[in-house]
Design a protein around this ligand. Structure first.
Ligand code: SF4
Length: 251
């Protein structure tokens, strides 16, 4: 079963396409847990992990996830674009949406989006290997590779899959890296960790953004991240959804 956590129309807040009107489709489930990202108060529950923990923890939030069919997904997209006279970007996110990459409903939906000529970005942790030859529609997608660093709390061998990254870089239409940094990690070895991941791909853009799901938290880290980018030649990415709407959900 393919689980959708939420869908909403907003602007992309992060990375290469920041500011672009986009329909977000957030799928439930992830192959990682990222306990290093701390505790969050979500929907009256305390959960440990990333700021998308409501899309990761099936135990805590699974009752709110919705099993969807291909027709459901097409209908959701059609509803969002009904009053628009242009095609917004589509952002496929999670959790880790590529856990469904060979699910018949998910892969058919990707084929539909490609046939309809939507520009689609998949936000992924880069740990899952896609078979681009058997599923060629995936070649038309953009991949935001949000590979996890040690601040995620996940062990190296779980959060870094070099073969999966290579397949995505070579198979996708366009790929960029996106890292979330805290002041603490910068003080230690973020540059070493990032170069270890991106060195084989000198042509790919590397975006770094500050940790934080509240404006006050972003402010603790943003200048350090900007400085870090200036030193190492990375691209600073803000988190516009946090600046504009703070902790408001579905934004
Ligand atoms: S990989 Fe991403 S979605 Fe999954 S737990 Fe880590 S931060 Fe959350």
């Amino acid at each position: 079963m393919l689980y959708l956590v939420e869908d909403f129309y907003s602007i992309q807040g992060e990375g290469k396409f920041a500011g672009t009107p986009s329909i977000f489709l957030r799928f439930g489930g992830c192959n990682l847990r990222c306990p290093g990202f701390g505790e969050h108060f979500v929907k009256d529950k305390i959960a440990r992990g990333c700021d998308s923990i409501h899309a990761v923890s099936r135990e805590l939030f699974g009752a709110e996830w919705r099993g969807v069919t291909l027709e459901d997904l097409k209908g959701i997209v059609e509803d969002h674009i009904e009053h628009l006279d242009f095609k917004p970007h589509i952002v496929i996110t999670g959790g880790e949406p590529l856990i469904y990459w060979n699910d018949p409903t998910f892969s058919s939906f990707i084929e539909y989006l490609v046939e309809e000529e939507f520009i689609v970005t998949v936000e992924t942790n880069g740990t899952i290997e896609i078979d681009f030859d058997s599923y060629p529609a995936y070649r038309a997608l953009i991949y935001a590779l949000a590979v996890k660093l040690s601040n995620s709390g996940e062990p190296y061998e779980k959060r870094i899959n070099r073969k999966a990254i290579r397949k995505i870089v070579e198979g996708g239409a366009y790929t960029f890296f996106k890292f979330t940094l805290s002041k603490n990690l910068i003080d230690f070895r973020a540059d070493e960790e990032i170069f270890d991941i991106v060195a084989p791909y000198p042509d790919l853009e590397v975006f770094c953004m500050p940790l934080g799901e509240r404006v006050e938290e972003l402010r603790k880290h943003d200048r350090a991240v900007a400085h870090f980018c200036m030193i190492h030649g990375f691209i600073y990415s803000d988190r516009l959804q946090v600046r504009l709407w703070n902790r408001e959900r579905r934004r």
